[in-house]
Design a protein around this ligand. Structure first.
Ligand SMILES: [Zn+2]
Length: 327
């Protein structure tokens, strides 16, 4: 041990290679900052352009530092190269605060590019020509969840040869003007996106199904109830104060009705057959919607009556879907 002129003590100790790397990393950043940097790198998709730049700006804004890009890249690449370091250095921390502060920043232009929820296409390989496709950001949309409204980022892949766009829940043939919902996405995804400016949490759609079957709640009442819940929770969370300029986003009954119908029809279709895709019109409103429902009504009814292995609950559900489809 020896002391410097500033009375800071230095020690000479024997360390392993791993400990040496950790000490080297700690010369650049604190453990908290390293942890947050690596977690942000894990959560944000590589398909997001300028991902590392956003991470640098988020860390600097949140911790009041001025790290350069080289330091951020060095920390991430060192931990990526030595995976066991992640267990030593990355703490179980909630990074929502970091992202929220960044998104609220008025001094950073592209801060709203960042969302904690990023919905990637259900495939990165064209199902027709089998080419591996490049994925890129499409847009930010409103995400309707139970008790809360968030934003999320939609990514898409495009096959120029087959003229097909791939999204998180479906693909769209740009020439034929049809969408094809993916069975895997409908069955597994927590968030469902059928196009437009809104995505929906699976639990919200299922909650309506339950309310419809057991409480006979119509769409308008469900949407009014949802808006009331969101407003009350927001008021409670903001200590009773809601700025006069605040405009709460509402759950549009028509949009919700169309989304829910597509969701339940797809669930019904995939429950009844082994097909991987379910075709719906590219534009699901007005006469196109009615024509589609008319066309599928008979098909659904024959699927329904021709199946013996339905549970009572799913039979109720499918009857509801069939009757709603007729209305
Ligand atoms: Zn293709």
């Amino acid at each position: 041990m020896f002391a410097t002129a500033h009375n800071q003590r230095f020690y000479t100790v024997e360390v392993t290679d791993k400990q040496n790397t950790i000490l080297f990393l700690l010369k650049h950043m604190t453990v908290k900052e390293i942890s947050a940097t690596v977690k942000l790198d894990n959560i944000l998709p590589c398909e997001l352009s300028n991902k590392r730049l956003h991470i640098r700006k988020m860390i600097n804004l949140f911790y009041g530092k001025n790290y350069d890009q080289v330091t951020i890249d060095f920390i991430i690449s060192t931990i990526r190269d030595q995976q066991e370091l992640e267990q030593e250095l990355v703490c179980d921390m909630n990074i929502n605060e970091i992202v929220d502060k960044y998104r609220d920043s008025i001094t950073i232009d592209d801060a709203t590019d960042i969302n904690l929820i990023n919905l990637l296409p259900f495939t990165t390989t064209c199902i027709q020509c089998k080419r591996v496709l490049k994925t890129e950001k499409d847009k930010n949309v409103t995400l309707m969840c139970l008790g809360t409204i968030k934003t999320c980022t939609i990514f898409k892949s495009n096959c120029n040869v087959c003229k097909i766009d791939y999204y998180p829940t479906y693909f769209e043939n740009k020439i034929m003007k049809y969408k094809y919902l993916s069975a895997t996405a409908i069955k597994n995804n927590h968030y469902l996106y059928f196009g437009g400016q809104s995505a929906f949490h699976h639990d919200l759609l299922v909650t309506f199904s339950s309310d419809l079957i057991f409480s006979h709640v119509p769409f308008n009442s469900f949407c009014e109830s949802y808006d009331y819940i969101i407003e009350t929770i927001n008021r409670h969370n903001s200590n009773q104060y809601i700025p006069t300029t605040y405009q709460q986003q509402k759950l549009d009954p028509k949009l919700f009705q169309n989304t829910w119908l597509v969701f339940e029809m797809a669930r019904f279709y995939f429950m009844m057959c082994d097909n991987e895709f379910f075709q719906i019109p590219a534009s699901y409103e007005g006469p196109e919607r009615d024509n589609f429902l008319r066309q599928y009504n008979e098909k659904f009814y024959s699927l329904f009556t021709g199946t013996k292995n339905l549970t009572e609950k799913s039979a109720n559900m499918t009857m509801c879907v069939t009757f709603q489809s007729l209305s």
